[in-house]
Every structure is written in C-alpha cells, then in structure tokens.
Design a protein around this ligand. Structure first.
Ligand SMILES: Cc1ncc(COP(=O)(O)O)c(C=O)c1O
Length: 360
C-alpha cells in the first residue's frame, strides 16, 4: 500500500494532537459508575447546556448514544422510523432490534434530506390489534450517507409539531451536528430543543479519540444511565476522555469551516473532471459523495487506484465513493487528493475516447 497522503476515509480517523493529549493527562478523574468523575460531569453539563437540554450522559460511542436514545422512546414490539440511509438503521448492526426488540421502518430520502411529510405519513399511533406502534422518529443531521446533508430546521419543527400531537418522540442523531451549526449559523440550541433526545459525537470532526454525549430531560438521562450500565457502557475514570472532549469543544468547532471549504473546492474540481459525478452545490459540509461511474469507474476499482496514489477513500455501494474532510487533512493534502482524483477521472474518460475512436 502506498503511503497515505490524504486520509479521506472518515472524520473518525483523526489522532489526538499533543495539546489535546496534555489536556487528557491533566484531567481530574474519579469513578464515574459512582458518579465521582468531575471532568465527565463538566462535559455532560456543558454539552447539555449547548443543546438546550437539562442533562447529558457520556457514552463510549455514537452508536451507544443513539441506541440509548431510541431505547428511551421505544421498546420490544414498538418501532422507530427513520430514512433508509440513516446510520441508526443502516450502520449499527441491527442494535435496536438485537438489544431492545425495537422494529424499524424507513422512508426513502433523496440525499438523506429530511422532510416532515415523509416521517409523519409513516407514523402509526393508537393501539390496534394488528399494527405496530411508532415510538420515535430519528433524524440525522448532518446526514452521513446522504453526503453531509444539512437538515432544514423548518422541516424538523413541522415534524416536531405533528409528532408531539401524536405522542411520538423525536431523537436526533447529531453525530455531526457541529458541522450543521457551522454551515448554517443556526444555534446548536435551536436544533437541540426541537428533539426529546440528541446524541452528538466528539470523535468525528471535533477530533477527540473517543466519546459521544446523549442529552435530554433529567428524568430521561437518569433512565439512560441505567440502560448504559446494562449495555456495558458504565465507565470508571473516563474523565481522561472527557478532557479530550472539552478540549475539542474549546478549539475545534469553528475550524470545521476549513473542512467544509476544502470539501467544496474538491467537489468543484471533481465535477469539472467528471461532469455528472456530483453537483458541487450539494456539498454543504465536510462530506462529498461522487458517482465515479460517470467517469467509467466502479467504486471498488476507484478506491483501490486512489489508495495506490496515496488517497484513502470509502466505497458507498457499487458506483459511489465518499470523501470526508477533517482536521488531519490540510490544504496540501487536499491539493494532492484533487490532483489524484482528477487524473483518475480524466484517465478513464481518455481511455474511453480512444476505445471509441479505434472501435475497441
Ligand atoms: C451519523 C452517524 N451517527 C452515528 C455514528 C456512530 O458513531 P460511532 O462510530 O462512535 O459508534 C456515526 C459513525 O460514523 C455516524 O456517522
């Protein structure tokens, strides 16, 4: 494997910086299962405050924060509904069913874009002898497999009104809510208050090595604390991880703007090299998904060829490739990635032109 110059596999690949490690080393810690870790308490309170909720709970992963969130609003024989590309239904290994007996139904959303009507028309409420009951609607913002899509607050609020009237809860998978906030300027609190529970990740674009936080009412979070222990997520001196999260909140939110700009610059170059592969205007945050079949490639071959040239990418299905910017990919690495991807795209286009001319 070639030396990786631009690791665009995911924003989860970041490594803690020396300054973040120093903050971790200095952290005051205690046994959190006994509620004695002061740094963890500080992080939980801070994130809850940022999102306009009463309380927060640190978890080892975004998946656990999501699974605790949905567990609070649904249980065996009750369903969650979400779009078909949502992380909670597509990439958490069936955890809602495996751990909580929750069934899932989905709607199809173009680029993962949330529309209130899609969700509310799917809800089933009222107890009947045949139909499953909807416990919770899950919204993902930004939307990972949709291509970093930012959700409309208006649509979220419309859904909130309808779900509240129907007695259905709303959970936000806000693994990358920070990116939505930076891209739109919408306060985190405005997004947060539109949901019963919200999960956010510190280990994606914010660059912490581990950790997510679930926020909600004091009562909901007290219950989540019990479920977290049942799920095996009770931690001891985890303040050392919380310190990385606090450092990330202090230093790494506003800089997400740089990731968005780099993603947009790359999107323009890719669209120019391979028209039809993506619309640069659809790239709103740090993720772009390109249809490499527009340049005659399969996703798997493109990813392998890019890796040989030092660019690590992720194949999403047969024809699409995902690129994710983060704090370990600077301008120089972005330039390298753009030049490699442009060459690969143009290579196939040239090969096809030659084949067309020679009839082969
Ligand atoms: C949108 C979204 N939600 C949740 C998660 C889960 O996070 P974790 O990998 O920490 O379980 C991810 C991970 O990439 C994600 O992209």
């Amino acid at each position: 494997m070639a030396h990786v110059v631009a690791d665009l596999l995911s924003d989860t690949v970041t490594k803690p910086t020396p300054a973040m490690r120093q903050a971790m080393a200095r952290a005051e810690v205690g046994d959190d299962v006994f509620g004695e870790d002061p740094t963890l308490r500080t992080l939980e309170e801070r994130v809850a405050g940022l999102l306009g909720h009463e309380a927060g709970l640190f978890t080892p992963s975004g998946s656990m924060a999501n699974q605790l969130g949905v567990r609070l609003h649904a249980g065996p024989g009750v369903e969650l509904i979400a779009d078909s590309l949502a992380h909670v239904v597509r990439a958490e290994l069936g955890a809602a069913a495996a751990l909580s007996g929750i069934t899932s139904r989905t709607w199809v959303a173009e680029a993962g874009r949330f529309r209130a009507e899609d969700a509310t028309s799917l809800m089933i409420t009222g107890v009947g002898p045949y139909q499953v009951c909807t416990g919770v609607v899950v919204v993902e913002n930004t939307h990972n497999f949709g291509g970093g899509t930012v959700q409309s607050l208006e649509e979220i609020r419309a859904a909130r009104e309808a779900t509240r009237a129907a007695g259905v809860a709303m959970h936000l998978d806000g693994a990358r809510l920070w990116n939505a906030h930076v891209a739109t300027g919408v306060p985190l609190e405005d997004y947060g208050r539109a949901f019963d529970t919200v999960s956010v990740c510190l280990s994606k674009g914010l660059g912490a090595p581990v950790g997510s936080v679930l926020v909600g009412s004091s009562e909901a979070i007290a219950e989540a604390r019990v479920w977290r222990k049942r799920f095996g997520g009770g931690m001891r001196q985890a303040g050392i991880l919380a310190a990385a999260g606090l450092y990330a909140l202090d230093h790494n939110i506003e800089r997400l703007r740089d990731d968005h700009e780099r993603a947009h610059r790359a999107a323009e170059a890719i669209a120019e090299a391979a028209p039809g592969s993506l619309d640069p205007d659809s790239v709103q945050t740090n993720i772009l998904i390109a249809d490499v079949s527009a340049a005659g490639w399969s996703a798997a071959d493109f990813v392998a060829a890019a890796l040989d040239a030092g660019v690590r990418l992720y194949a999403v299905g047969a024809a699409k490739v995902r690129f994710v910017w983060h704090l370990d990919v600077d301008d120089a690495a972005t330039d390298h990635a753009i030049s490699v991807v442009r060459d690969l795209m143009l290579l196939r286009t040239r090969e096809r032109t030659v084949q067309g001319r020679t009839g082969r």
